[in-house]
Design a binder for this molecule. Structure first.
Ligand code: MN
Ligand code: FE
Length: 325
């Protein structure tokens, strides 16, 4: 069982019971990168030439992502790590938590490089209802994990799965992808290429976070068949759909008008497309049935690459061979 209070015997790495967790740990270590490997300053001229709406989009993305990285770490530290027994899962979570810290520092580097008002950026999530609603959503499911949760009970296990679906599937697996798509859309217009390279590395990390979270959810459901009642399944699907609605509202604030040929409608269609992929990965039928409006994103974040992860070893990304395109 992957869930439960660890006993002394659980403190031995071998024999490894969950090979997928250990493989993901090793892949994550091979993917290690540092923000200052990117020459972000080379994008400064592009940034200065951008219009107010484009600058707002970059700034608003930082306003959401900066606290979001720290929120993911809280969700892992308080809502996941304490309830898992497998050392190989703990190894992976330790690396993921470093990666979230590293992403936070990467966005610091963006704030240091571009002429953005850091104090203003840091205050946006406190003052903007559409961002606050996203944070409250995550805090609600994490809150249930920190109130005397009994992980051996059915309701405790269900709370853990709810929390995983909220922060891993919805926040990391849908909201982050929505933001990445907007960030990478600048490169489609030959702008902010170095910033886009940094986002590529963040996406690569996040695709493993998502892979770990999905494997964990599916393992829990497999080992605890009493968890996935029809009512619970409907509830899980609703958490995903609620997440899509929150992102739709947020995207209205991200794009008061359109930028670079994309607007809230375009991004929201991508959000629905990605949400359907997440539903499928969880074993549901697609709900929205929208086509991917951003075909160019397929190469960045293709779901097939996730599914085939173990077959297609991702050698182009290894630490020792990471000359960036
Ligand atoms: Mn992250
Ligand atoms: Fe993450």
């Amino acid at each position: 069982m992957i869930l439960g209070k660890p006993m002394s015997a659980d403190m031995n790495l071998r024999p490894i019971k969950y090979q997928w967790a250990y493989d993901l740990y090793n892949q994550a270590v091979a993917n290690t990168w540092f923000p200052h490997e990117i020459a972000l300053g080379e994008d400064l001229e592009d940034f200065k030439k951008m219009g107010a709406d484009e600058k707002h989009a970059v700034s608003f993305l930082m306003s959401f992502f900066n606290p979001a990285e720290l929120i993911v770490n809280r969700s892992l530290a308080l809502g996941v790590y304490p309830y898992l027994k497998a050392p190989e899962a703990h190894l992976y979570l330790a690396k993921q938590m470093w990666e979230e810290a590293n992403h936070c520092q990467a966005f610091e580097y963006v704030l240091e490089t571009f002429p953005l008002d850091r104090e203003k950026v840091f205050n946006v999530h406190l003052e903007t209802p559409s961002i606050k609603a996203k944070e409250d959503f995550i805090a609600y499911y994490l809150g249930r994990m920190t109130e005397n949760l009994d992980i051996s009970s059915l309701s405790g296990k269900q709370d853990l799965v709810r929390n995983l679906v909220a922060f891993n599937i919805v926040m990391e697996g849908i909201w982050f992808y929505s933001g990445f798509m907007v960030a990478l859309s600048f490169r489609q217009k030959q702008q902010l290429k170095n910033f886009a390279s940094m986002v590529d590395w963040v996406v690569r990390d996040e695709s493993l976070h998502l892979k770990f979270g999905l494997n964990l959810i599916l393992t829990i459901l497999e080992e605890n068949p009493e968890v996935a009642t029809p009512e619970f399944a409907a509830e899980i699907k609703k958490i995903v759909i609620d997440g899509v609605n929150l992102e739709n509202t947020y995207n209205q604030d991200l794009f008061p008008r359109g930028i670079l040929g994309i607007n809230a409608g375009y991004v929201n269609q991508y959000v629905r497309y990605v949400a359907d992929r997440r539903l499928e990965e969880l074993g549901f039928e697609p709900h929205f049935k929208d086509a991917n409006p951003a075909q160019w994103m397929a190469t960045e974040t293709d779901t097939l690459e996730l599914v085939n992860f173990f077959e297609a070893q991702n050698t182009k990304y290894e630490v020792d061979n990471r000359a960036h395109k």
